[in-house]
Design a protein around this ligand. Structure first.
Ligand code: NG1
Ligand code: MG
Length: 395
């Protein structure tokens, strides 16, 4: 595939000068949802699918970018000194935003570059195609301009691009998982301190299956910021008596003791989810590490119930898909993943039941919603970087 992408690059931009290849994965979060911006723990992993980019420095100040995923569009062109958000350029705002943040941090990007992007992550499905474009742009800049930036700093700058340039006030989970991911491992990340550990995802005779509702997440952005506000308000009220910096600092027992300080009943539910989900995430990783897959799966189910009833970010389609999964014999756990409202679920399914799972759950889902679900067996891949020599061959 990479050779084909290189050929297309040459057809678009000519054959003059060294061509380099970069990749950033998508991610799936196993547990710890809507905890990142609450200073809690998350447990995501990088996928083997993601965004490929073929890139080469130019001699002038232009960036010329082309995406194979939007082939009807021509090459998008912008000047390094005019990095402004443009509604009609949609996807190109992600690379643009990252370049802007790098320049704002005084990194020396003295010439422009040509770039071809190709992504094989389903779009708008909660698998972080946007953070994937951000991170692939970061590693392009780091590589082409010999910037020698550490990955965690690139993760932070990619998040800043999303916050400041795109205007989504997201936490750091997606960019961190995509930058720091490791094959066959998930990352337990404390979003308050950014301390992290890798945990092997050994599920015995079971596999992880992603199912896409194919319901796009239209309202997600506005509801997302609304949930952030609700949690922030709850935190402020708790801080009147508690010395905490985030909801992630609170254990469930303490929360029960002090929740009367939160004035709005809805805010109590939102904060409750954040506090219990954080505790659940730490508990789940302990169980997984001890080989207690059933216990791990039970907590994944509990996470969905909490996101459905307390955080209220699931919706008809996600609930239909998860309920159909719960009814299957070979299912150890199932829940929504990502921001919610649509997008994907993640399930732990016994190998021998995968085919019947896909058939039965797909059928029930369509009966209930009129939509068709897509299913993928998860392969946990490596984080973002340049693909040199051998790494290019097996793609
Ligand atoms: P997705 O599903 O990628 O939109 C969003 C946030 C994360 C996190 C999750 C909920 C963005 C880019 N990312 O993920 O930071 O808060 O929701 O756990 O909005
Ligand atoms: Mg996104």
């Amino acid at each position: 595939m990479i050779n084909q992408l290189k050929n297309e690059f040459i057809n678009l931009f000519g054959n003059d000068g060294e061509i380099r290849v970069f990749f950033a994965p998508g991610r799936v979060n196993l547990i710890g949802e809507h905890t990142d911006y609450n200073g809690g723990h998350v447990f995501p992993c990088a996928l083997s699918v993601g965004t490929y980019a073929i890139a080469r420095k130019r001699n002038d100040n232009l960036v010329k970018a082309y995406s194979k995923n939007f082939e009807s569009l021509t090459i998008i062109e912008f000047h390094l000194n005019e990095l402004v958000y443009e509604e009609k350029q949609d996807w190109a705002n992600y690379p643009k935003g990252v370049i802007k943040v790098f320049k704002d941090h005084q990194f020396d990007i003295n010439v422009g570059f040509d770039v071809l992007f190709y992504g094989n992550i389903p779009n708008g499905a909660g698998l972080s195609s946007s953070a994937s474009i951000e991170l692939v742009t970061s590693v392009i800049l780091n590589g082409l301009f010999d910037l020698n930036i550490g990955m965690v700093d690139m993760v932070r700058m990619s998040q800043q691009a999303e916050n400041q340039f795109i205007g989504v006030n997201c936490g750091i989970m997606d960019q961190f998982a995509i930058g720091m991911g490791k094959r066959e491992k998930a990352i337990l990340l404390d979003c308050n301190t950014l301390t992290y550990t890798y945990s092997p995802v050994e599920l015995g005779d079971a596999a992880l299956i992603i199912a896409n509702t194919n319901k796009r997440r239209g309202l997600a952005e506005s509801k997302y910021n609304e949930r952030r506000d609700e949690c922030e308000r709850a935190l402020k009220q708790l801080q009147q008596e508690l010395d905490i910096t985030s909801l992630g600092d609170l254990l469930p027992e303490k929360f029960e003791q002090y929740k009367h300080l939160i004035l709005e009943p809805l805010d109590v539910k939102r904060a409750k989810h954040a506090v219990y989900e954080n505790a659940r995430t730490i508990d789940a990783v302990n169980r997984l590490q001890k080989g207690d897959i059933v216990g791990f799966g039970q907590l994944i189910n509990d996470s969905h119930v909490s996101l459905r009833d307390d955080y209220e970010v699931t919706g008809f389609e996600l609930d239909a898909l998860v309920e159909a999964a719960w009814a299957e014999a070979g299912v150890i756990g199932s829940r929504m993943t990502g921001a919610g409202f649509g997008g994907c679920t993640v399930s732990i399914v016994k190998q021998e039941s995968i085919d019947t799972f896909i058939r039965n759950v797909g059928h029930k889902y369509t009966e209930k919603t009129g939509l068709k679900a897509d299913f993928y067996v998860v392969e946990i891949g490596d984080g973002a970087g340049e693909l040199t020599g051998l790494l290019q061959n097996n793609r």
